[in-house]
Design a protein around this ligand. Structure first.
Ligand SMILES: *Cc1c(COP(=O)(O)O)cnc(C)c1O
Length: 226
């Protein structure tokens, strides 16, 4: 297996080039190592190699890694989340990337123990029925409704692009999310600074960075997928 350190260097070099092509600063792009497919040892290797953000998508699966890594990394919950599982995980994760309904917001608000829950609102930009997320036209009214949940802070927006090699289609999805982010930022809502864009995975992160991603979520291309 290729070392994480080598793959991290490769990912960073590609992000640097994508930043150069689009006039962005490399330090504005944060790499989340998605460790959901790999062992705790491999996740520790990633942190030892310099990864500062770890992403997991199942409440059942992150515990062993969390016990080993703890606050050496920031923890990102990137999967769909059932309300009944919120209390198990919420005080250990730093960010939730999958806020997609008010009932979940209510539960997060109830369970957060004296801290802000930093959330990304998940947006279904591509409109595929298989994808979670709020439709673009509903994002602003949804975010306005979140004001009532004082423990929540909307850090940004998240999307998953369709599984395609079609670059213009990918670019379109990412740029639509960026426009939506700009629109929400322009509202200057105190509970929704909405500065961040969580977009881009192993197959499409370079395009996502060119289109403004501030968090890329990379699993297979960084830590592997087995
Ligand atoms: C699994 C997963 C990723 C990482 O996928 P790769 O293609 O392996 O990089 C990113 N985001 C979400 C929401 C995921 O579930």
């Amino acid at each position: 297996m290729v070392t994480v350190s080598k793959q991290l260097a490769d990912v960073k070099a590609k992000i640097k080039k994508a930043c150069e092509r689009s006039g962005r600063q490399e330090q504005d792009v944060h790499i989340i190592a998605v460790t959901k497919y790999v062992t705790t040892e491999r996740a520790i290797e990633a942190v030892d190699a310099g990864v500062r953000h770890v992403g997991e998508n199942r409440v059942e699966d992150y515990r062993e890694k969390y016990d080993e890594i703890g606050t050496r990394a920031e923890w990102h919950f990137i999967g769909s989340l059932q309300s009944k599982k919120v209390k198990k995980m919420i005080n250990e994760f730093d960010y939730l990337h999958s806020l997609d309904r008010l009932s979940l917001a209510k539960e997060l608000d109830k369970r957060a123990e004296g801290k802000k829950v930093k959330c990304f609102v998940q947006v279904n930009v591509s409109g595929e029925s298989s994808k979670a997320g709020i439709s673009p036209s509903e994002v602003l009214p949804f975010i306005k409704e979140l004001e009532q949940y004082q423990a929540l802070e909307v850090s940004g927006l998240m999307t998953m692009a369709p599984l395609t090699e079609n670059e213009s289609e990918l670019r379109h999805v990412f740029s639509e999310l960026r426009k939506l982010r700009d629109l929400i930022q322009a509202e200057s809502l105190p509970h929704a600074p909405c500065k961040e864009l969580s977009m881009g995975m192993s197959n499409d992160y370079e395009i996502a960075v060119e289109e403004g991603a501030t968090f890329v979520r990379i699993g297979s291309a960084l830590v592997g997928s087995e």
